[in-house]
Design a protein around this ligand. Structure first.
Ligand code: DQQ
Length: 463
């Protein structure tokens, strides 16, 4: 199955170049791995509708990180198994040539029994054989944790290591660290780190832990905050000491991202983009959730996290429009709801940025700009939609002195994904209702100007 079903052909909200399942509900990316050159993306999937429940692992494959083909469901709950009520999130590793998924199996009416399970494939990642028993069946030391899930596994010189997302009762969110010679027998070591509950919540979902440059990075999605946090620091003696902390996509729709190291040595990341419209609207649309554009993480010279879209997405670029020295106004020659936009300018004292998805009469429009007074990137969505209004999104961004600003925007129907100066990301949703909300313009106050503006019309990732 390669294409998206026809039933969505006239749905002007449904993204065309952010990865989505053929229909129904998707949440976290799972088990992302490059295997013999091809990229595999698994994901939390509910085949029964566009709402969360009966978690399966959907599966897709790509030769180029851009165009994807859907494959059959990889994991489904096994009645009476440790994953009887759901196959929750996890990762994929190459165990000496054997593709192996390590994921959380859940049982119980409220998914309260959580155990780490394992499955292997003997036919090139198409079908999966589960081990009957969980490989890490319970939290360490009989602890009654608020959750025990989302294993993330890597290899070190003395064996396999895993972290499992959890929380210490009466304390903060944590990840428990384990070691194994064979991915089957696991020895509990210690918490890799315990967070301050006032800052990073009480339960960490979907942790990732990996080397980046000469540092280590921990990414997690803490509850009850439902944000994505990262920590850059040092890893020694099975302990992690954070030195720099931050958030990904502050106040946005990104959640539960997952990373992998590809064959080029790049640290790639995908993340779930949630919806910002009612459950009823999601169910009636027949789809919910998208993945971010694949991103590359790096360590910047100043020690902070660098984050950029993979260059492969350039393959989707169609017609190109270039402008220089542009003040406020509507662009007559550019229209579209699937665009890549790069705007560069030197912020002065006034707000400056773009307007997208503008209807001919201006009833619907979304402004994306930098506010130098408040030091914020703003996505003003108050007029984005005549029938599904969303609020103003204001994200702090400190422009270091003398720096110009680069807003790199991926507009994809209802998705607005923004990379700011290669070191911050913002993603949000808009749901314009008018068929003519396709206009693009420069949004600027007090004579502010954009130095250069490049816009590409983007193609679909589906054949
Ligand atoms: N989603 C999965 C869990 C994970 C959560 C269930 C994060 O494994 O903790 O669908 O979105």
């Amino acid at each position: 199955m390669t294409s998206q079903p026809d039933r969505f052909a006239n749905d002007s909200q449904r993204p065309i170049y952010h990865f989505m399942p053929p229909a129904n509900w998707m949440n976290d990316p799972n088990g992302v791995i490059q295997w013999q050159g091809q990229y595999h993306l698994f994901y939390q999937y509910n085949p029964n509708g566009a709402f969360w429940g009966t978690m399966h692992w959907g599966h897709a494959i790509s030769d180029d990180l851009v165009h994807w083909r859907h494959l059959p469901i990889a994991l489904a709950p096994t009645p009476d198994g440790p994953d009887a009520t759901g196959c929750f999130s996890g990762c994929a590793v190459n165990n000496n040539g054997v593709p192996t998924l390590i994921y959380t199996g859940v049982t119980g009416k409220t998914y309260e029994i959580q155990a780490q399970c394992l499955a292997t494939s003997a036919d090139g990642l198409l079908t999966w054989q589960k081990r009957e028993e969980a490989v890490i069946p319970t939290p360490p030391n009989g602890m009654n944790t608020p959750g025990f899930r989302d294993p993330y596994v890597w290899r070190e010189a003395d064996g396999w290591y895993a972290i499992v997302g959890s929380g210490i009762p009466g304390s903060g969110g944590t990840v428990f660290l384990y070691r194994s010679p064979d991915l089957i027998e696991w020895e509990y070591l210690n918490p890799l780190l315990v967070g301050d509950p006032a800052v990073t919540g009480t339960m960490w979902e979907c942790p990732n832990f990996f080397a980046l440059g000469d540092k280590h990075v921990l990414i997690m999605s803490p509850l009850p905050l439902r944000e994505v946090h990262y920590m850059i620091g040092s890893y020694a003696n099975h302990q992690f000491t954070p030195e720099i902390v931050g958030k990904l996509d502050t106040r946005g729709i990104l959640y539960a991202p997952l990373t992998t190291l590809d064959e080029q040595g790049r640290r790639l990341m995908w993340g779930w983009f949630t919806e910002e419209r009612s459950v009823d609207l999601q169910v009636s649309a027949g789809w919910s959730g998208a993945q971010s554009v694949p991103r590359v993480l790096s360590l910047l010279p100043d020690g902070n996290l660098g984050i950029e879209p993979v260059p492969e997405v350039h393959a989707l670029r169609g017609q190109h429009h270039h402008f220089a020295d542009l003040g406020a106004g509507i662009l007559d020659s550019v229209r579209g709801d699937a665009l890549e936009i790069i705007a560069e300018f030197e912020p002065g004292a006034e707000k400056c940025g773009l307007t997208v998805r503008r209807s001919s009469n201006g009833e619907e429009q979304t402004h994306i700009y930098y506010d130098p007074q408040k030091r914020q990137v703003v996505v003003d969505r108050r007029q984005s939609s005549a029938d599904t209004p969303v609020d103003l999104l204001e994200v702090p961004f400190d422009l270091r002195d003398g720096k110009s600003l680069k807003l790199h925007i991926f507009l994809d129907r209802s998705v607005v994904e923004i990379f700011v100066n290669g070191r911050a990301t913002i993603a949000s949703r808009i749901y314009p209702s008018r068929g003519d909300s396709l206009g693009v313009g420069v949004f600027a106050e007090g004579g502010a100007k954009i130095k250069t503006l490049d816009v590409w019309e983007m193609a679909s990732i589906w054949e």
